[in-house]
Design a protein around this ligand. Structure first.
Ligand code: CA
Length: 297
């Protein structure tokens, strides 16, 4: 591991664009470490610092982008999450106008949460330590996207399945892929309803490889049990419908099923879920169990 390439947190972007200049390069198959600020750019120093007072030009930094030599447009980038080393304190923020219940609160609040490998402490409640990567993506096809927005290129998907041991498959739209990531959470519930999770600075170790000449339309994350298709669109209804459609199409193709059979099998075996409801595009997931689909590629 001593020769592993590291991308410093100082090399970061605030938008995924088709023509980004790389902060460095690795070959396919290499391990690399990304050092990442928290999603608020490290601006919260105490519980008296609230979201409303932050410089929003420094929110959602994503470390990178890293050129992946050998990755070509039309490939799938295969990102295996090997290790997440988190700082020992995280922050959670909310306030008026924010999240799923924008009318609930009259004032902004910040909590600083001790983060340990045994758990995350919120007030006197210990929560499970479930580290995950909130923002991870590549250069998109045409338009640029702020790092706070998710779409086909990945981005701010805030999906708790993107954790240690999982494998993220991203469509490659530009030669070199241009991988960037950040916004690590120590723990998060599906929905991320108050607008933030336990936001924490981290070092992310991934191995990067490619599937040549094949890609799916949206990111997919593989866990020990399932293939989770991640779709991010302006409304959750659109995202859920498109995630369902993708599951039907993948089952049709991979299992050589008629459309009606793939649709019924999706209804019988695929779980729909919500990753997040609070970013500019909302992220839905359709989870196909590996018991019926050994490989999605
Ligand atoms: Ca996020």
């Amino acid at each position: 591991m001593t020769n592993m390439k590291t991308v410093s947190a100082e090399r970061h972007i605030y938008a995924f664009a088709p023509d980004m200049a790389p902060a460095g390069a690795i070959m396919c198959g290499e391990l690399v470490r990304f050092e990442a600020h928290d999603a608020l750019g490290g601006q919260i120093r105490s519980e008296s610092d609230v979201l409303a007072g932050l410089d929003f030009n420094r929110v959602n930094p994503a470390t990178g982008p890293l050129e992946i030599k050998g990755a070509r447009r039309g490939d799938t980038l295969v990102v295996s999450v090997k290790e997440l080393e988190l700082a020992d304190r995280g922050v959670t923020v909310t306030g008026p106008g924010l999240g799923v219940l924008p009318g609930l609160l009259g004032e902004h609040v910040t909590r600083i949460l001790p983060v340990r490998s045994e758990g995350v402490r919120f007030n006197d409640i210990w929560l499970p330590y479930r580290p995950m990567i909130g923002v991870i993506g590549v250069a998109p096809e045409k338009d640029g996207y702020p790092t706070g927005t998710a779409h086909r290129h990945g981005g701010n998907m805030d999906t708790k399945e993107i954790g240690i041991g999982s494998i993220l498959y991203l469509p490659v739209f530009q030669d070199g892929a241009m991988l960037a990531m950040g916004d690590v959470h120590a723990v998060m519930g599906d929905g991320e309803v108050c607008v933030s999770a336990c936001e924490v600075a981290a070092k992310i170790t991934v191995a990067v490889d490619r599937i040549p000449g094949r890609c799916r339309e949206w990111p997919i994350v593989e866990t020990s049990s399932s293939w989770h298709i991640l779709v991010s669109l302006p409304t959750i209804e659109e995202a859920l419908a498109e995630a369902t459609h993708q599951a039907v199409r993948i089952l049709e193709e991979a299992l050589e099923l008629a459309t009606e059979d793939a649709y019924m099998l999706t209804s019988l075996a695929v779980d729909l879920g919500i990753s997040q409801l609070v970013d500019p595009n909302k992220t839905a997931k359709a989870s196909i169990p590996k018991t019926i689909l050994p490989s999605a590629f």
